[in-house]
Ligand binder design. Structure first.
Ligand SMILES: Nc1ncnc2c1ncn2[C@@H]1O[C@H](COP(=O)(O)OP(=O)(O)OP(=O)(O)O)[C@@H](O)[C@H]1O
Length: 268
């Protein structure tokens, strides 16, 4: 069996004194679309940061293609990151560059390919997301859904092995959401990559994911195929799948007791 492309082994991490994930083990098989879902603030984006090594674990290991990211030197880390395409929430296109130049940017920045070759590659990537014809438009002239697809073309410009998506459906209308979801799956399979998708959108995510991981309360609360998750009787999974407002997910960010904050105790 092939080793997983990404693996978290007993990872504990946090920001400052605050522990966000405790002793987490996660396996992302090659070629799979793995979805990270769960409570707001639960640590989904934190997992992406660990994989990009924008954040280092306090203990445990994060492996990318069998290599412990913490042991890589600058060059090794640069190489590893080059193999990861990242697509963050609102795509963040360079507003003063055309669609074409946005996609060409990483190729110009990280390779010494000729402009002629870059042109072919950019048009291929734009074609893969259905936007070859939009190459000359400026970001202000494309819709939100199209902008997301341009950002995706840019994220795959350097032929990554892994694509990390943070909330790729946020702010999209239902049709663009469906298009984006199918595109993530289609690109995953056509390019032979591995994808990790952080998302709140159960329908779209379950449609395309091979494996769903629910992150809550400092760890992995549940995981399995979308079918297993749909059939699960875990209250947390149910709350998500049924989009129920009440359940084990807490609405409040941890805080000192309200009485104390409002000074009611002192007034008594
Ligand atoms: N740079 C940071 N410094 C301090 N705390 C942070 C930082 N980034 C995130 N956090 C905290 O870590 C927790 C996990 O954040 P993270 O962004 O991973 O959550 P998430 O599951 O992606 O949430 P959401 O679905 O709301 O985007 C949150 O409580 C957040 O406040």
């Amino acid at each position: 069996m092939l080793s997983p492309l990404v693996e978290l082994r007993s990872v504990t991490c946090g920001y400052g004194d605050r522990i966000i994930l405790r002793d987490v083990n996660l396996t992302v098989p090659r070629g799979a679309v793995v979805a990270l879902m769960g409570t707001s603030g639960g640590g989904k984006t934190t997992v992406l940061r660990l994989i990009g090594r924008q954040l280092s674990p306090l203990s445990g290991q994060v492996l990318f293609d069998g290599q412990d990211l913490a042991r890589l030197d600058r060059r090794g880390l640069h190489e590893a990151r080059r193999r990861m395409g990242m697509l963050f929430q609102f795509g963040a296109l360079f507003t003063d560059l055309s669609v074409f130049d946005n996609v060409a940017f990483p190729l110009r920045e990280h390779t010494r390919l000729s402009e002629e070759l870059i042109r072919d590659l950019v048009l291929m990537k734009l074609d893969a997301v259905g936007l070859r014809g939009a190459r000359d438009l400026m970001p202000s002239q494309v819709s939100g859904g199209m902008a997301r697809r341009v950002a995706l073309a840019r994220a795959i410009a350097l032929d990554p092995d892994l694509i990390l998506y943070d909330e790729p459906f946020a702010g999209l209308d239902p049709i663009s959401m469906g298009v984006a979801a199918r595109l993530i799956r289609a690109l995953n399979d056509a390019l032979g990559v591995t994808s990790i998708v952080v998302s709140h959108d159960v329908e779209e995510t379950f449609l395309i994911a091979d494996h769903v991981v629910f992150i809550a309360n400092g760890g992995i609360a549940a995981q399995g195929t979308p079918e297993q998750m749909r059939a699960s009787d875990d209250p947390l999974v149910r709350q998500f799948v049924d989009a129920a407002p009440d359940g084990p997910v807490r609405f409040h960010y941890p805080a000192s007791p309200a009485e104390q904050d409002y000074g009611l105790e002192a007034r008594r």
